[in-house]
Design a protein around this ligand. Structure first.
Ligand SMILES: Nc1ncnc2c1ncn2[C@@H]1O[C@H](COP(=O)(O)OP(=O)(O)OP(=O)(O)O)[C@@H](O)[C@H]1O
Ligand SMILES: [Mg+2]
Length: 300
């Protein structure tokens, strides 16, 4: 058993120790407090969804866990041991894999080359290309990912397929925590569905999955545990059995803020249908031809 297996598998699987614990984590960039007092627990075999609006601190959180940035307050534990990563490589070496939305793979390289990037199999001094192609094909098939030509550059795959290859790679190389940074943000409905399916597969493979998203519907389809960040603080931390999709959506929209917005929108009569007939015949908002209002609009 390798060092990685001893440190990661031995303790987490056999006991209830969370694979990742953030305890009162804070991060300042000069005067900007991007995160304050953040407590999050990630367990293996669960999908932890981290939701939040723009500027909530989601990316900052990922960067800390992925070893890109250091934290300025609190403690981070991996398998019960306090950790501070000096680099992304240090995080990867103890089994934390990050799938960034755009940087997941090198677009000009083939699928199999990407799969083994930085972990190439060698036969003496040479790359063992046949073995790498075979293993890559087998691993993708195991995940149910069908890519007919593994020599094809990854840039030619759909966004969803690329995410799936990156997830399969993380699982194959022994990741215990996989962080997905808004993997469905740029995808259509069908492709999002495919990526969500592989998020579930990663969970079923026993990984602790951290799924960062703006979308409560996507989160609720796969999540076991939900954390909402707002202006750098945790405003909700709940398990699936403690909250409905409606509650999650309302919390994401900001509870009170949503109530105020809905009050405001009610005043402008939502659902009102404005018929062209009404407008042409001097409906409420119809521009007045005689006053030159139409010309004024066209000039704008
Ligand atoms: N390198 C940096 N230097 C200074 N401030 C930063 C830096 N990175 C992030 N911030 C600030 O920290 C706060 C949180 O930013 P972060 O990027 O983590 O939010 P986010 O939740 O990922 O938002 P988005 O959904 O827009 O990606 C913001 O106020 C942001 O301006
Ligand atoms: Mg971000």
């Amino acid at each position: 058993m390798s060092t990685l297996d001893e440190t990661m598998v031995g303790t987490a699987r056999d006991s209830e120790t969370p694979v990742l614990e953030l305890d009162d984590i804070g991060k300042s960039y000069g005067n900007v407090h991007a995160l304050r007092g953040v407590n999050i627990t990630v367990r293996q075999g669960e999908v932890t969804c981290v939701l939040g609006d723009n500027g909530a601190g989601k990316s900052t959180l990922i960067k800390i866990v992925a070893g890109l940035h250091d934290y300025t307050e609190g403690t981070m534990k991996v398998n019960g041991e306090t950790r501070r990563f000096a680099s992304p490589r240090a995080a990867q070496s103890i089994g934390i894999a990050t799938v960034y939305q755009d940087l997941a793979l090198a677009p000009l390289m083939s699928v199999w080359r990407n799969f083994f990037l930085a972990n190439e199999i060698r036969k003496g001094p040479f790359l063992d290309i046949p073995t790498m192609k075979r293993v890559c094909g087998e691993e993708l098939t195991k995940m149910g990912i069908v890519i007919p030509d593994l020599d094809r550059p990854v840039g030619g795959l759909s966004g969803g397929q690329r995410q799936c290859v990156a997830i399969a790679r993380a699982i194959y190389f022994g990741a215990r925590v996989v962080i997905l940074d808004e993997p469905t943000a740029a995808l259509g409905v069908k492709q999002s569905g495919v990526v969500l399916k592989y998020i579930v597969k990663a969970r079923d493979a026993g990984l602790g999955v951290i799924f960062i998203t703006h979308n409560p519907h996507h989160a609720y389809l796969v999540g076991n545990h939900f954390v909402i960040l707002k202006l750098g603080r945790v405003v909700l931390d709940a398990h699936r059995d403690e909250l409905t999709l409606e509650q999650l959506t309302a919390e994401m929209a900001g509870g009170q803020e949503l109530a105020e917005l809905s009050h405001e929108l009610r005043a402008v009569d939502p659902g009102k249908v404005v018929t062209p007939h009404a407008v042409q015949h001097g409906g409420v908002d119809a521009p007045d031809i005689n006053t030159g209002e139409i010309r004024a609009i066209e000039e704008i």
